[in-house]
Design a protein around this ligand. Structure first.
Ligand SMILES: [Cu+2]
Length: 159
């Protein structure tokens, strides 16, 4: 009963999409956002992060969840703000990344980067210069066309 099982996983993913407010020791409020790693999204796009572009506040975190198996989340070289830490999750593993440095972050799934499994995290008040710098990074295969869409989405979120 493969379909039933898959529907069950989708439901779990939908529940996990709710944002969870966290309280830091300093008493300021930060939020943990959820990005799912999917074999296929609701519109039929294969090997995607959902949502692929997310705008968060400085100090917030993102949990990349292994809703479907076979994926990970890893920061992409040259698509990080100066001073920001790289990350690389395990395949099939969830990873929570805290974003303390504002700017534009590009990331990918290690086995599916060339098939377009990439995404953007926008932290704080992102500038056009920061988006342009991320656009200048060379992309291969389907990541190139996906990023064209994603940068357009990023620019909408910026304005
Ligand atoms: Cu993947």
């Amino acid at each position: 009963m493969k379909i039933t099982r898959r529907d069950g996983l989708k439901l779990i993913g939908a529940t996990a999409l709710a944002t969870v407010p966290l309280k830091s020791f300093a008493g300021s409020h930060t939020t943990d956002h959820v990005v799912e790693m999917l074999n296929k999204d609701a519109s039929g796009e294969r090997q995607v992060f959902n949502p692929p572009v997310i705008k968060i506040a400085e100090g917030d975190s993102v949990t990349f969840t292994s809703t479907d198996r076979g994926h990970n989340s890893a920061s992409t070289k040259d698509m990080l703000p100066d001073g920001a830490a790289e990350w690389k999750g395990d395949i099939n593993g969830n990873i929570t990344v805290t974003f303390d440095v504002p700017g534009v972050y590009g990331y990918h799934c290690t086995p599916h980067q060339s098939t377009g499994m990439v995404g953007l995290v926008l932290v704080g008040d992102v500038t056009q210069e920061q988006i342009d710098a991320a656009k200048d990074v060379r992309q291969r295969g389907k990541a190139r066309s996906r990023y064209e869409d994603y940068f357009a989405m990023a620019e909408e979120k910026m304005g």
